[in-house]
Design a protein around this ligand. Sequence first.
Ligand SMILES: [Zn+2]
Ligand SMILES: [Zn+2]
Length: 136
Amino acid sequence: MGGRVRILVKCSTCKKSLMNPDVRVDDLPSIHLGAKVIEKTGNIYLSQIYGSLNKKFEDVDDIKDSVALFFCPHCHNPFPVHEMCECGAPMIDLNLEVGGVIKIGTRNGCEHRSLQFVEPDDMFSLFHDQDKSGLS
Ligand SMILES: [Zn+2]
Ligand SMILES: [Zn+2]
């Protein structure tokens, strides 16, 4: 796979986009997640670049190894969890806009990510469309 793969996601419940053009991470619109860390509730903005662990914290603390509870910033439903990370933290499911799912670990500093595609075409469109876009 050449270049950087961008992950564009939406809420699996309300189907609204989680991409936030107002908060940029890696100089691109971020993935906006509501988050509860210890007793505080705020927002965490992840990089849309697959493999990048850059992120921004708003109203929650950046505590290494803490496990966040993530919820949709639009409908406030927690994201579904179907799998645990190898570190023991839950992994949330986010829907890819091209189809398929990305699972993201919820432990700060781990954030293991895995892509899952139901349809092979979905994987094709993820990688193919991005070749065309030229990724600046
Ligand atoms: Zn939602
Ligand atoms: Zn983990």
